[in-house]
Write a protein that binds this ligand. Structure first.
Ligand SMILES: Cc1cc2nc3c(=O)[nH]c(=O)nc-3n(C[C@H](O)[C@H](O)[C@H](O)COP(=O)(O)O)c2cc1C
Length: 641
């Protein structure tokens, strides 16, 4: 089977139509290509100027006409400014410590002055029961009201403090890392004779911190030497760090996979993934709060967003923050992109030491990323065309990881009509010691508007199984991926692809409860209230992760809006003539069964911001959200209809 055009018109019952005109096709390719992390750090590749994945500064390549055209569905130049308090309180003082800079500190140490100008504490709802639903974008938005249960100002306390609020961070961790800067301060402060004192719940306090630092890398060093010997490039090396040129792999493809080094992968932990559900790695949107949400709906395996090995080795805080795991993530992996065996092995070794054997369940190598800048550097889907180099990378990383299993995520090939995975996958299964493989059933060139090729996935699985049988290898889990959007399509794909499971990407972004559907073998006609509760939970998880101070709150709001740029695409199955819904079916403009259902389906990004206000308070002046897809921007044709 070759890929077919995917989109039809969603069969919505006529009574729910507003107009017969189908909505515009949403450009998921541009969503995948936009790698920005919305908190100002990792911006869209086109916006960033740190050269993280592109050519070195000064050598930035111009975008071709074709590339420019490809990106036309995305909003270019999205920039996310940071939100700060008007008067900034010193971080040390905010959490009750002494600041070493004393009077020389550029932030205020005067807590009373800070609290007097601080906006009043926000109220985070425990559930959605008491929330009033804002009208959709055309109506006047109602003034924010605090629930009736919230008492007014307490005499003797600054008016910014609301003692009856709750702080999601304090509730989970027993202390709030933002101290006086928290926008839910009333939940963890008490009045004493002399003023105010932060409160801690000692029982709950637990520290988790990941710090990037330099390590000796003996395994990588030995492996690189072996590689050099095998290729006749013997270099003497005395220090335990590598120079750039030593880490750079010979760009020409060497057909011999590896030097003759003894491999002992038998002591690796084996991955027993049969019957487990797997949430795909998803740049930007697959952040920790989103994964936590999916786990709450039954996702078993989760993987962090793709990180670049070069950035990990440079100790980039942004990159290391990508590999944070929530305690509820039972089987958690991190995904790496890179093109040089030395770099990737070094990163793997650093991670193995940083996390320890139990800290991470697997490390995945990205061999599918289609982003031009990534591919041009030889990483992502470029590795599909350099199997010798890929094998070296995998063997080096596998050694460096010790007992931690290594997995690979691939596409079917690079060029449309030229699938190569049926040759590559058996080769990797036999010679590299990898613990699992995932195959997204599209080529790099293929757009999301065409369906994934599940028959070809089957061909690849059969080829791997045949090789395993021939060489008496223990079978490894193979997952397929592409277009899964319901329990029915999940189980059909498992059958058709002969896979151990299906990795879920956009299906989870649009309907995170898909994991429950899969496990319970049913299609869930989820109510609008239940969907609102899901967004409230996301906001709560977001505050916990990004922070409950002004900056963290706004980052949470951005990611929540980013999440709604997917969740609004869900068409309630109760409105459909034919079940189940399909991922790429375009609905005509429709109304829901109640106002909330209509609001949650709004394509207007202003409505997503309004929904965020239900949980995170009013948007501050100057705050704006620019969605990735032009079609969802304020004033767009689709946004209006
Ligand atoms: C917004 C977005 C971000 C993605 N980010 C990554 C990523 O960081 N790493 C990766 O291997 N694949 C990434 N992918 C690809 C998905 O993991 C998955 O393979 C693909 O979406 C196909 O599955 P689906 O049809 O279920 O969405 C991304 C896809 C999307 C839509």
């Amino acid at each position: 089977m070759t890929s077919r055009a995917a989109s039809g018109t969603a069969p919505i019952k006529a009574e729910y139509w507003i107009s017969a005109e189908p909505r515009a096709v949403v450009d998921d390719d541009s969503a995948e290509n936009a790698t920005n992390h919305v908190n100002g750090g990792r911006m869209d590749d086109r916006d960033r100027d740190d050269g993280r994945s592109g050519p070195p500064p000064g050598k930035r390549q111009r975008m071709s006409k074709e590339e420019k055209k490809k990106r036309s569905g995305a909003n270019k130049g999205r920039r996310f400014g940071k939100m700060r308090d008007e008067v900034e309180l010193c971080w040390k003082v905010a959490v009750g410590n002494v600041c070493d800079f004393g009077d020389g500190c550029r932030f205020t140490h005067n807590i009373t002055e800070y609290l007097e100008q601080k906006p009043r504490d926000l109220f985070f709802p425990q559930n959605c029961d008491s929330l009033s639903i804002p009208g959709i974008s055309s109506e006047e938005f109602m003034e924010e009201e605090e629930p009736a249960t919230v008492p007014a100002t307490v005499p003797g306390l600054p008016s910014s403090i609301n003692l009856s609020t709750r702080c999601p961070i304090f509730e989970e961790k027993g202390e709030c890392r933002h101290g006086f800067k928290c926008r839910y301060l009333g939940a963890h402060v008490k009045k004493t004779g002399s003023g105010l004192e932060p409160v801690k719940d000692d029982k709950k306090v637990a520290e988790r911190q990941v710090e990037a630092s330099e390590y000796p890398l003996p395994i990588t060093e030995a492996y690189l030497k072996e590689l050099q010997v095998s290729e006749g490039i013997i270099k003497e090396k005395s220090s335990n760090t590598f120079t750039e040129s030593e880490l750079v792999d010979d760009e020409s493809e060497v057909q011999k996979d590896t030097p003759d080094v003894p491999m002992r992968f038998s002591e690796k932990r084996r991955l027993n993934w049969k019957g487990l559900t797997y949430l795909a790695p998803l740049t930007t949107v697959g952040n920790l709060p989103f994964r936590q949400l999916c786990v709450s709906f039954g996702a078993d395996i989760t993987c962090g967003e793709m990180g670049l090995s070069t950035s990990f080795l440079q100790g980039s805080k942004e990159e290391w923050s990508l590999v944070r795991r929530h305690p509820s993530e039972r089987t958690f992996g991190v995904q790496l992109a890179g093109s040089k065996p030395g770099m990737l092995a070094s990163t793997a070794e650093t991670m193995a030491r940083e996390f320890g054997p139990q800290g991470v369940d697997f490390v995945d190598v990205n061999c599918g990323c289609p982003i031009d800048l990534v591919v041009r550097s030889g990483s992502g889907s470029a590795l599909l065309d350099t199997p010798g180099k890929l094998s070296k990378i995998l063997i080096g990383m596998n050694k460096a990881l010790g007992v931690i299993p290594l997995t690979v995520k691939l596409r079917t090939g690079v060029k449309e009509g030229r699938n190569t995975a049926h040759k590559l996958m058996p080769r990797l299964a036999s010679g590299t010691g990898i613990g699992a493989m995932t195959l997204h059933g599209r080529t790099r060139q293929q757009r999301y508007t065409k369906l994934a090729d599940w028959d070809y996935i089957r061909e690849c699985v059969d080829a791997v199984r045949a090789r395993e049988a021939e060489e008496d290898l223990r079978p490894i889990p193979i997952f397929g991926g592409g277009d899964c959007f319901s329990s029915q399509s999940y189980w059909e794909s498992v059958e058709r692809g002969g896979v151990d499971g299906v990795m879920i990407g956009r299906g989870a972004l649009i309907k995170p409860w898909i994991f429950t559907e899969i496990k319970e073998h049913r299609e869930w006609d989820i109510s609008a209230r239940e969907r609102l509760e899901l967004l409230r939970k996301y906001a709560e998880f977001g505050l916990n992760h990004f922070g409950s101070d002004t900056a963290g709150l706004n980052t949470t709001r951005r990611y929540l809006c980013e999440a709604m740029s997917f969740t609004h695409r869900y068409i309630p199955i109760g409105l459909l003539e034919v079940l189940p819904g399909k991922l790429n079916d375009r609905p005509p403009a429709f109304r829901g069964r109640d106002d909330l259902e209509t609001l949650l389906a709004s394509t207007d990004s202003r409505d997503w911001v309004r929904i965020s206000e239900m949980f995170l308070g009013k948007v501050p002046d100057g705050w704006s959200f620019t969605p990735k897809h032009k079609s969802n921007s304020y004033g767009s044709e689709e946004g209006q209809g």
